[in-house]
Design a protein around this ligand. Sequence first.
Ligand code: SF4
Length: 411
Amino acid sequence: MARLDLQKRLAILSDAAKYDASCASSGSSKRDSRDGKGLGSNEGTGICHAYAPDGRCISLLKILMTNFCIYDCAYCINRVSSNVARARFSVEEVVRLTVEFYRRNYIEGLFLSSGIIRSPDETMGQMVEIARRLREVENFRGYIHLKTIPDADPALIEAAGRLADRLSINVELPTDASVKAYAPEKDPRTIRKAMADVRLKKEAARERSHTGRRAPRFAPAGQSTQMIVGADGATDTAILGNATRLYASYGLKRVYYSAFSPIPDATAKLPLVRPPLEREHRLYQADWLLRFYGFDLDEIAGTAPGGNLDLDIDPKLAWALRNRHLFPLDVNRAARELLLRVPGFGVKTVTRILTTRRHRTLRYDDLTRMGAGMKKARAFVTLGGWTPGALTDSADLRARFAPPPEQLALF
Ligand code: SF4
């Protein structure tokens, strides 16, 4: 087979990496300007964004080492039975690309994933070698995120954790049954064991010896995982329930929800058509409510009759509309945990409210200045200069937020 030039391989292997949803921008609505209207795009491939341990947003070269793969996961474009253009980088090429992009100031780090070539150990060994050369030969201090192969030798995963800032191990699908059905070479128990090992090693790295020496660093930016949404029949509440268990069991920084993109010759094997990207977006919003806004899974499930989130309105608004008896809240008196439940109020807004109201009484205009989303919030709050009156209980409140119904095509 003729060898493609580096540019072509970069195009193939950066495009193939877009299915790894490990970016800070994942979950955002897709915007593109390749039609000539507008400027910029948030879904191009090659460079993605992530948060460094110190909170900075950094750009990463996001590529696969290769999209050849000996496995046959039904939901994956790179599976062995897929008819896609294949390419492969050598260890030296990935190191050189990373260093050159870094020197030109295009990137601040590397996100590296790979299909499985020959064996999990061989593939993981090459990925570790890339990270090792970057750190030890090139003295690369930038961010490295390695997508880890759970079947690989634990010693290789340990070596990856010593070199990388973040490791991720994909759980792949929301249930063990789906993994068995659609990723027959993968074993959910092996995946969980690898995630548990990473957690233990990360915790051990925080310890000091009796002489006060620190243990060697291990994945300081933690571990994350990815679940593909819509390739099986799992409901949103089942997906969020699984994510909640994963956060609790493995100390994950993030669960990424990745909307399944149907692959023409694979869809026949899979039970569902592509879920809308809105589903992925609503799952991220619900995940956020569970982690940072004090909601529990039952409360989110209460907004999802049939197990699936309302795609027309966000889950916090859906919850507030079902719990109108708790509103309107007096912004000048309500407790933090209740203010966090007001649609349109984010964590920062609530912090500003609490700080400001120590000194003076808040008025409606103050909330606007603080960045509160008053279009949503005003039906649920009362404060100086504003009372919602009958708005909170009005029958058409949901309709004010939901998109208008579309006329269905007759033919
Ligand atoms: S192992 Fe990874 S790259 Fe290979 S088919 Fe499965 S999901 Fe795709």
